[in-house]
Design a binder for this molecule. Structure first.
Ligand SMILES: [Zn+2]
Length: 322
């Protein structure tokens, strides 16, 4: 380790090693380390390759490593998109206003499935997808066309959300979403600051990331090993995710909730066999399969030992200065 700097708090004192082997490590020397000041876990060194995403690298890795066919990945993406739309109601996030259509920005929105589901659920809503990978945007348009007549197609911007973007679109959105984006970035605090500038004073920023405190990490060594991957620079806990938002200095209210993505069959499979469930892991869609699933999800979410975290962050009363 030549020098270290925490991407959340900037501390450079010696971190502690968390794991010495990273899945898909392109250079063979990556480790994951914990900042001794704020406790954030990140790759060291924090590498980021825009080319990797341009070539749709993460999707290709999932297909290669788990054998999951593209049609199953697409089907799962639609399930997750529907569930994200349905979850706004749980956090009191309004999707309609009386006076004008709501405007939503989905940062790193990939194929645009979440945007399409939101447009389907709320007629008249305006949804913009900003996605730096032109390859993913092109693929997304193909999938949306294949999803059948009447599938809404959002506006795509092939851009990066930076200072200039945040200035150009300051305070023009009611909701900004980051679904599994923040963990991929070298400067997550910077992106949260931009996101806060993009929402109106009464707006909201929603951020979902994988949870490093997922209890399955302790129950399946193989699951733990596979959760550290070259694509993910950050490994957030509810505490460090909130710290990142506080460091952005732009939010008045920050709440981090547990969220369970995968179903109980997938969980049991990892514990019982210490192996992935295979080409079609259980991503149960529905309100309940039986009492066990609902009870299990609720317990893990409230303890925040679920597989994901959802942060709901709002600007201070009266909003930020533009
Ligand atoms: Zn730190």
């Amino acid at each position: 380790m030549v020098s270290f700097r925490c991407i959340i708090c900037n501390d450079s004192s010696l971190p502690t090693e968390v794991i010495d082997h990273i899945k898909g490590d392109p250079i063979g020397t990556l480790t994951a380390v914990r900042c001794s000041s704020c406790g954030h876990i990140q790759l060291d060194p924090p590498e980021y390759s825009l080319d990797f995403y341009e070539e749709n690298g993460q999707v290709n890795n999932v297909m290669r490593m788990y054998g999951t066919p593209m049609n199953v990945l697409v089907e799962h993406s639609w399930i997750e998109a529907r569930r994200r739309v349905q979850r706004f109601a749980n956090y009191d996030i309004q999707l309609v206003r009386g006076d004008r259509p709501l405007r939503v920005l989905d940062i790193g929105g990939g194929y645009g499935f979440f945007a399409a589901e939101l447009m389907r659920a709320v007629p008249g809503i305006e949804v913009v997808v900003v996605e730096p990978s032109t390859a993913r945007v092109a693929l997304g348009k193909t999938y949306l066309a294949e999803a059948g007549p009447g599938t809404p197609v959002p506006e795509f911007l092939s851009e990066i959300v930076d200072e200039a973007f945040a200035t150009r679109h300051a305070r023009t959105f009611d909701i900004v979403t980051l679904w599994h984006v923040l963990e991929h970035l070298i400067d997550p605090v910077g992106l949260l600051r931009h996101a806060a500038r993009l929402v109106r004073g009464d707006g909201v920023v929603c951020v979902e990331v994988p949870n490093v405190d997922d209890e399955l990490q302790a129950l399946s060594p193989s699951f733990r090993e596979r959760s550290f991957m070259a694509e993910h620079i950050s490994y957030f806990s509810s505490h460090t995710l909130e710290t990142a938002a506080r460091r952005a200095g732009a939010f008045g209210h920050v709440n981090v909730h547990g969220y369970q993505r995968y179903g109980i069959f997938n969980y049991f499979h990892w514990i019982h066999t210490n192996k992935p469930q295979g080409v079609n892991p259980d991503l149960f869609e529905g309100t309940d399969r039986w009492w066990l699933e609902a009870t299990w999800r609720a317990a893990r979410e409230s303890a925040r030992t679920s597989d994901a975290l959802l942060m709901v962050a709002r600007p201070p009363q009266g909003g930020l200065n533009p």
